[in-house]
Design a protein around this ligand. Structure first.
Ligand SMILES: [Zn+2]
Length: 193
């Protein structure tokens, strides 16, 4: 039987615990996760909650949790990261407006899954939504995506938090790098395609 680390829940030989550094973030970070994502061992949403203890993951098919979230979210203080024809670039947001935000909501799933989640949750459509105009290209190479510039959920969270509250998110990126190297070997050792 494979042994798992009790803290990070990865197999012992891929344990990332020594790379976990707590980051204090003055925002409630909520990740709405499609249930299919929850079963992926290499899902990065869980890494976010390891570094940011106040961050939480809500499964999109958990009707009670989604209802509670809908009731508690306020469109004046909640920013939704979801690119759409109505979204604006987070990087362009004036500082005075950024200061109003207390809650950040991200969606963890493919673009199609995210679209379905927003469609089924009209309250999400009332929140101000943002896309990125200037994010660092993704370093996350484990999971194949057909979208060349798509970020992992961890990268999207890190970029959003650093845009809204200018925090240093390197601990979060480092944790993703550590996890990735466990599964795939260091980037420098990878065969070029
Ligand atoms: Zn561990």
């Amino acid at each position: 039987m494979r042994a798992y680390c009790e803290q990070c829940h990865y197999p012992i030989n891929t344990c990332v615990c020594k790379h976990i550094k707590n980051i204090s973030v003055p925002l409630n970070v909520i990740i709405i996760q499609h249930p299919k994502e929850a079963t992926h061992a290499k899902n990065t949403a869980r890494l976010v909650t390891m570094c940011i203890p106040s961050a939480c993951v809500v499964l999109s098919d958990n009707a009670d949790a989604m209802h509670t979230l809908a009731q508690s979210s306020c469109k004046q203080t909640t920013a939704l990261i979801y690119p759409s024809e109505n979204s604006t670039a987070l990087e362009d947001l004036p500082r005075t407006q950024k200061q109003h935000y207390r809650t950040l909501i991200l969606i963890d799933g493919s673009w199609k899954q995210a679209f379905g989640i927003v469609k089924r949750s009209p309250w999400l459509q009332t929140l101000p939504s943002y896309h990125f105009s200037n994010a660092t290209p993704s370093q996350y190479a484990i999971r194949h995506t057909s979208l060349p510039h798509a970020l992992s959920t961890l990268e999207a969270a890190a970029h959003s938090i650093s845009c809204i509250c200018q925090r240093d998110m390197s601990a979060l990126y480092d944790l993703q790098t550590a996890m990735q190297e466990h599964w795939q070997g260091p980037i420098s050792h990878r065969r070029k395609t």
